[in-house]
Design a protein around this ligand. Structure first.
Ligand code: MG
Length: 299
């Protein structure tokens, strides 16, 4: 046993010396350890670490007027037209005689309005991990109840529905109310405003990660509804299903569209934008070796 241990230790030491020699022979210097990598190549307070990209923040919306998106946002609807959208057609729809084509919803006074019976709409562009901002509005002449009152929805990757519903002093099943991951998770609280008021979703969506046919990280969703957290990094069970317990398919697209649901109710939308997100977190600092104590005013 002991002989084997020392033999291995000797071999490991030889490898380290060889690696050091190769490094010196190649003229490697300190900078070779500062390249970004998934392993975390920076020391604590390393001034060589790249600065984050600069983004000019947007402005907040009021009930009377939508705010402005951040400078790096992909604007999906700014009140003018539906050029970023098209009709959402499945192969089944096309076989049934519903052709592909432009989004046939209404645009009035800078607002996007569900056009009953024209079907869901989806973005031309496809996305993976995103931050999404969207505002919606329900009419004051309330009609219907439960799922029949102000129903629409926002689908990420075309398949994960964040429910849109009028739940102001109105009940339905908890995993189908506004702020719910439909059929999976109720919102943490009901932060709905009354009809006639613009309401806001701010969402961080992360697509599921697969290795082969296996899900190694489920899709995740964080949702602020009217500024209130209603989903906190919620791990989704799979794509949205109705009256079924969902699960992940064996294969999953890398990207998918943002989709809005036509549930036959007069829901209005405005100020819709996304920002594509990078992998996070960036690799953590490797160690504090060599880090100097920062000045007191820099802490
Ligand atoms: Mg819905």
């Amino acid at each position: 046993m002991t002989g084997t241990f020392y033999g291995l230790r000797s071999l490991a030491a030889s490898c380290l010396i060889l690696a050091a020699c190769v490094s010196l022979a190649c003229g490697a210097d300190e900078s070779s350890t500062t390249k970004p990598s998934s392993g975390g190549s920076y020391e604590v307070h390393d001034m060589k670490r790249p600065q984050p990209e600069v983004v000019t923040p947007g402005t907040a919306s009021t009930n009377e007027q939508p705010g402005k998106p951040p400078s790096d946002a992909v604007v999906l609807f700014d009140g003018k037209d539906l050029s970023k959208w098209k009709a959402d057609r499945t192969e089944k729809d096309i076989k049934a005689g519903k052709p592909e084509g432009p989004a046939d919803w209404k645009v009035e006074n800078g607002e996007l309005i569900v056009n009953f019976g024209k079907g869901n709409i989806r973005t031309n562009e496809e996305f993976r991990d995103v931050q999404l901002h969207l505002e919606f509005w329900h009419p004051t002449d309330i009609k219907g109840s439960s799922q029949g009152r102000g129903n629409s929805g926002v689908f990420f990757m075309g398949m994960y529905e964040l429910q849109v519903l009028d739940n102001y002093e109105a009940e339905t099943y908890a995993d189908g109310m506004v702020g719910s991951m439909y059929g999976q998770y109720p919102p943490l609280v009901n932060a709905a405003r009354q009809p006639g008021q613009w309401q806001m979703y701010d969402v961080i969506f992360r697509a599921p990660r697969y290795e082969g046919e296996k899900v190694v990280k489920p899709a995740r969703m964080t949702v602020l509804f009217n500024g209130v957290v209603v989903q906190d990094n919620t791990e989704l069970l799979g794509p949205t299903r109705h009256k079924l317990l969902t699960k992940y398919p064996k294969t999953h697209p890398e990207k998918g569209p943002i989709k809005l649901q036509d549930h036959g109710h007069p829901v209005r939308f405005r100020n819709i934008w996304v920002r594509e997100l990078k992998e996070t977190p960036a690799p953590a600092a490797r160690s504090a070796a060599g880090a100097k104590e920062p000045p007191a005013d820099a802490k």
